[in-house]
Design a protein around this ligand. Sequence first.
Ligand code: ADP
Ligand code: MG
Length: 208
Amino acid sequence: MTAYERHPPHPVGGTIEVIAGPMFSGKTEELLRRLRRASLAKQAVTLFKPERDNRHDTTDVVSHDSRRQPAHAMADAAALEAMVNQLIADHQMPDVIGIDEVQFFGEKIVDVCNRLADCGIRVIAAGLDLDYLGRPFGCIPLLLAHAEYVTKLNAICSITGRPAHFSHRIEGGSEDVQIGGAESYQALSREPYNEVVVRSHHRVTPAE
Ligand code: ADP
Ligand code: MG
């Protein structure tokens, strides 16, 4: 009998963790790190990402330092919940669910995360807290309020070298959502960001 059979892992218990910050702040790295540790603990892990984030690969989640993990690309929050429910029905209930780029899932993801956590699943969601105009991004304010644990990360400002809290769009249009990487966005700290963007502090990203 193996040590794992003698001491089976306890159910992790349902919680919501949010990893938030600007682009390049290491959200995906941190999400993948937590999922790796859960896998080491022999917990069943399932990773999701929005279908629309096709920057690197249609199925893997990939960080800016090229760490990657296979993921299910989901059209929306309902599809994500349906897939987890199917896993539960098939007696393959995940202990831990990761969701990358959670801001693209829309507000319905908040109820889904709560329902999954209520089932006993540890839900870890990573996403942008602000859009390129400095507006709280979609579902993130609600999700931060509902989460038991919140981690805020900073990137490195490409002008000052200080901690950066803002994602500045350096090229492209004025669409609310524009998928891109280092060619389109840079991380900035407060002073250089305020020189290029006039913020509407009270506004959120308009609903789609
Ligand atoms: P996020 O998911 O928050 O966009 P990632 O986890 O994909 O971030 O990538 C984080 C990695 O990006 C860092 O470990 C570093 O290697 C790289 N990187 C590139 N530009 C920056 C920057 N301006 N600040 C911090 N890290 C950066
Ligand atoms: Mg990321």
